[in-house]
Design a binder for this molecule. Structure first.
Ligand SMILES: Cc1ncc(COP(=O)(O)O)c(C=O)c1O
Length: 372
């Protein structure tokens, strides 16, 4: 990465490049921490959105209790960065994964793993028992997303099944209410989605406690409802991920404003071949194809009204010149707000961190592509 860019204007960066506004990043992290602490909730941010040690350490310095990862490879990258509490929030299966999970547990002071099947539980148990080790587990619940997870009505029976595996200590429950959170369109609906999520997870936790299980952790949360949980909502912690950088999807959902978006893709106008289009050097390989439920197009030109990237090919992005207020010239560099930062960021080796108009640092995205 171009460390030589430090101190130079962002306009000097070659394109396409991922930019992160340090001031906005830090403000987003501190805001969620404060709102969560006010609601007596711990913060265990999901690192899938940033995949970067420096961002993880800003979150930890702000008060996060640890980080959440989806993949073992992401957790390995965070362990390399010295993070000492990690939750792997996805179901882990397979012999190779078991070996890596054990190796990880040996070097992370507190490693937790989500379990949602007795198949996974049996494999984890066998791997840890063989080395005389134990591991803390949280039961992943399906609280309405119909992704993975144990159904709430089967949670007690499942916990009893888990109790048969001596290497597993059940310490909590987790759920991801994607449908609820991302289905909310108004502030009122987001507040209600947060409350409903808390009720659903809290109810299962209460049942498990009544059945004699130790449930210390009740883990939920995501970005649309970030900072919208109330004290006593039923959760003990939130695992928001996207909130630190934000993206156009979150703006369109109403979860944040454009001023809260910390990450953009710097791109150059490379052609203005006709009066209906402007072509930039960022396509699917630089912006990604993912769009949110309400997001129109594949990116928005920051500060240029109507600047919608309405079509992309591998190396080209098309801006609708007729909708754009004003014009763009060949050679001009523009910042594009991507629809989904999570998958867009995964396309970059590093991020140029800036304050004002100057690059202040270049951070390597060490868990980029860490999908195993
Ligand atoms: C299990 C889990 N927790 C937390 C998150 C973070 O959600 P968000 O990106 O909405 O902040 C995700 C996102 O997919 C997730 O799958």
């Amino acid at each position: 990465m171009a460390q030589a860019m430090i101190g130079r204007p962002i306009q000097d960066i070659d394109t396409p490049a991922l930019l992160v506004d340090y001031t906005i990043l830090e403000r987003n992290i501190q805001r969620l921490q404060k709102l969560s602490e006010d609601a007596r909730l711990a913060v265990r941010p999901h690192m899938k959105a940033h995949k970067t040690p420096q961002v993880a350490h800003i979150q930890l310095r702000a008060g996060a209790i640890g980080l959440t990862c989806a993949k073992i490879a992401e957790a390995e990258a965070m362990a390399d960065a010295g993070v000492d509490e990690l939750l792997i929030a996805n179901s882990i299966v397979g012999e190779t994964k078991m070996r890596r999970l054990v190796a990880l547990a040996k070097r992370v002071p507190r490693l937790l793993v989500a379990v949602e099947s007795l198949v996974s539980a049996a494999q984890i148990d066998a791997a840890f028992c063989a080395r005389g080790m134990t591991i803390d587990t949280v039961i992943e619940l399906d609280i309405g997303s119909h992704r993975a997870g144990v159904l709430p009505e089967s949670a007690v029976e499942f916990a009893r099944g888990l109790a048969e595996y001596g290497a597993l200590n059940t310490v909590g429950v987790m759920g991801y209410a994607g449908g609820l959170m991302y289905g909310a369109r108004t502030e009122e609906e987001r507040l209600e989605a947060a409350a409903e999520e808390g009720r659903r997870l809290g109810a299962v936790a209460a049942e498990l406690r009544a059945a004699g299980f130790r449930i210390d952790i009740i883990s939920g949360g995501g970005t649309p409802t970030a900072g919208r949980y109330r004290e006593g909502c039923g959760l003990t912690e939130v695992r928001c991920g996207t909130y630190c950088l934000n993206d156009h999807n979150q703006v369109d959902l109403g979860a944040c404003t454009v001023e809260d978006v910390a990450a953009t893709v710097l791109s150059t106008v490379v052609a203005v071949p006709a009066d209906d289009r402007i072509i930039i050097d960022a396509g699917t390989k630089s912006l990604d194809q993912a769009v949110g439920p309400l997001t129109e197009g594949y990116g928005w030109v920051k500060g240029h009204e109507g600047g919608n990237v309405h079509k992309i090919n591998d190396e080209h992005g098309y801006i609708d010149r007729k909708r754009l207020v004003g014009d763009l010239q060949i050679g001009q560099k523009v910042e594009i707000i991507p629809p989904r930062i999570c998958t867009c960021l995964n396309l970059y080796d590093g991020m140029y961190v800036f304050e004002g108009d100057r690059v202040v640092d270049v951070w390597r995205i060490t868990a980029r592509g860490a999908n195993q």
